[in-house]
Design a protein around this ligand. Structure first.
Ligand SMILES: Nc1nc2c(c(=O)[nH]1)N[C@H]1C(S)=C(S)[C@@H](COP(=O)(O)OP(=O)(O)OC[C@H]3O[C@@H](n4cnc5c(N)ncnc54)[C@H](O)[C@@H]3O)O[C@H]1N2
Ligand code: MOO
Length: 394
C-alpha cells in the first residue's frame, strides 16, 4: 500500500488559511462584546475626563498662593456630579472631592491631610509635588479611536463605555459544526456497552470554539456507515467550518475522507508531518471549510489548537497568524526528534518546562494536567537540561 506524502505543519497551515476568509460584520450591543472581534474602529465622541477634575479630597486653591502656612477662606463646595459655579478669587478655597470639576480660577488641590481647618478658615501644613488635578482629556479626547481588528477584553469594554459607545461593529461569529464519528461512541451520561467509550473530544472542541469567539454546533454522532455520515454532514450545511473527529486514518472503518469526497470535498491536504495528529485532513465542502481531525483525543485537541483556532481567527478578521511560540528552559534532556514535528505535552512553571513521561496521544488526563506543548521541529537534535526550547501555552 502506498502512503501519501506528509506535508509540513507550516505548509498545512498555509493551506488552512487559503481555505477560509474574513466573515461579514454585525452591530451588537456593547454589553455583548466580550471576546468579540471589533471589525470597525470605535470613535470617542467626548473627552475623558470632560473637565479638569480633582484627583483628591481636599481644597481647591490658586497654585500661586500655595505654601506652608498659607491661609484660605472656604467659600463653597464641589463634589463629583456637582460643579461649584462661581469663580475662585485670591485667598479663597473651595471644599472639593475626588472626581469633582475644578472650579474656575483654581489651579491646585490641597489634600485635606495637608491643611488644618477652623470654621471656614484653612491653613496649609504641607506642599505636595503635584497639583492633584487631572486635565480635561487626560484619558482620551473626542475623536480618539479604538482600532480594529481587536479581540475585546473586559478592559476594552470599560473604555468603550467611557467613550459613550453603546453599540459596536464586530465580525459575526463563525458557526462550527462538530461531528464525532464512530460506532464505539456514546454521549456522556449514556450507558456504553462493553465495546464502547464516551465521545469526549467534541466537548473539548466545543469549548475551544466558544472561547475563540465562535459558535459550536455539536451534531449527532455519525456511525461508521456511508449513509449515517452523509446524513450528519448534510446537517452541517449552514456551517462556516465543519470539523469531523475520527475516522481519518487508514482502517476499513475510516470513511470520513471517502464519504466527504463523494459529497464534493475539495481536499487541500491529507496527512501532516506532526505528532500527534498525522492523519489530519483539510479542504472545502460546499460553502464551508472542512477539517478532518484524528480521533485520538490528544491528536484532536492539539491539531484543533494548531489549525482550527488560527482559521477561526482569520475568519474573525485577525489575519493569518500561527499559534504563538514562547521560549522556555528544559528541566531535563530530550532525545533527537524524528521526521515529524513533535508537540510534547508538558508543564511550564516560571519559564521552566518539563515534558510528561508518556506522550501517548490517547491520554486525556495528561493533556488536562499539561499547560504547555514543547515544540520539537522535525529532525531537531538532542537537547540538554537548561536549553531553551519553543513552547505553546495551552
Ligand atoms: N495502520 C495505521 N493505523 C493508524 C495510523 C496509521 O498511520 N496507520 N495512524 C494512527 C494515528 S497517528 C492516529 S491519530 C489514529 C487516528 O485515527 P482516526 O482519525 O481514524 O480515529 P479513529 O480510529 O476513529 O479513533 C482513534 C481513537 O480515538 C477514539 N475516538 C474517536 N473519536 C472520539 C471522540 N469523539 N471522543 C473520544 N475518543 C474518540 C477512538 O475510539 C479510537 O480509540 O489512527 C492510528 N492508526
Ligand atoms: O498522529 Mo496520532 O495523532 O499520533 O495519535
Amino acid at each position: 500500500m502506498t502512503s501519501a506524502p506528509l506535508i509540513s505543519v507550516p505548509e498545512a497551515l498555509d493551506h488552512v488559511f487559503s481555505l477560509c476568509s474574513h466573515l461579514e460584520s454585525e452591530v451588537i450591543p456593547l454589553r455583548a462584546g466580550l471576546n468579540r472581534v471589533l471589525a470597525k474602529y470605535a470613535i470617542a465622541s467626548r473627552n475623558q475626563p470632560p473637565f479638569s477634575a480633582s484627583i483628591m479630597d481636599g481644597y481647591a486653591v490658586k497654585d500661586s498662593e500655595s505654601h506652608i502656612g498659607a491661609t484660605f477662606t472656604v467659600i463653597g463646595e464641589a463634589a463629583a456630579g456637582h460643579r461649584f459655579d462661581a469663580t475662585l478669587n485670591a485667598g479663597q478655597a473651595v471644599r472639593i472631592f475626588t472626581g469633582a470639576p475644578l472650579p474656575s480660577g483654581a489651579s491646585r488641590v490641597l489634600m485635606q491631610e495637608n491643611v488644618t481647618r477652623k470654621g471656614d478658615q484653612i491653613t496649609q501644613t504641607a506642599v505636595s509635588r503635584t497639583t492633584n488635578i487631572r486635565e480635561i482629556g487626560a484619558d482620551f479626547k473626542a475623536g480618539d479611536l479604538l482600532k480594529a481588528p481587536r479581540r475585546l477584553t473586559p478592559r476594552d469594554l470599560a473604555l468603550l463605555a467611557a467613550m459613550n459607545i453603546d453599540t459596536i461593529t464586530v465580525t459575526r461569529k463563525p458557526v462550527v459544526a462538530l461531528i464525532a464519528t464512530g460506532d464505539e461512541l456514546v454521549m456522556p451520561g449514556e450507558t456504553p456497552d462493553d465495546a464502547q467509550i464516551i465521545a469526549s473530544n467534541g466537548f473539548g472542541l466545543a469549548a475551544m470554539v466558544e472561547a475563540a469567539g465562535a459558535t459550536p454546533r455539536m451534531l449527532p454522532i455519525a456511525r461508521d456507515t456511508e449513509s449515517a455520515l452523509k446524513h450528519v454532514l448534510g446537517l452541517a450545511s449552514d456551517a462556516d467550518m465543519i470539523v469531523t473527529i475520527g475516522g481519518a486514518s487508514v482502517g476499513d472503518h475510516d470513511i470520513v475522507g471517502q464519504v466527504a469526497t463523494k459529497m464534493g470535498l475539495l481536499r487541500a491536504f491529507y496527512k501532516v508531518a506532526m505528532r500527534p495528529g498525522k492523519p489530519l485532513m483539510a479542504g472545502r465542502l460546499g460553502d464551508a471549510m472542512m477539517l478532518g481531525l484524528p480521533g485520538n483525543p490528544v491528536s484532536a485537541l492539539v491539531t484543533a489548537h494548531l489549525f482550527m483556532l488560527p482559521a477561526l481567527n482569520k475568519m474573525l478578521g485577525l489575519g493569518e497568524t500561527p499559534v504563538a511560540l514562547h521560549p522556555a528552559r528544559l528541566t531535563q534532556d530530550l532525545p533527537a526528534n524524528g521526521p515529524r514535528a513533535h508537540y510534547m505535552r508538558a508543564q511550564i512553571d516560571m519559564g521552566q518546562v518539563t515534558p510528561f513521561d508518556s506522550q501517548d496521544s490517547a491520554l486525556l488526563r495528561i493533556l488536562s494536567d499539561a499547560n504547555a506543548l514543547i515544540v520539537r521541529p522535525p529532525f531537531a537534535p538532542a537537547s540538554s537540561t537548561g536549553d531553551t526550547v519553543d513552547v505553546i501555552l495551552l
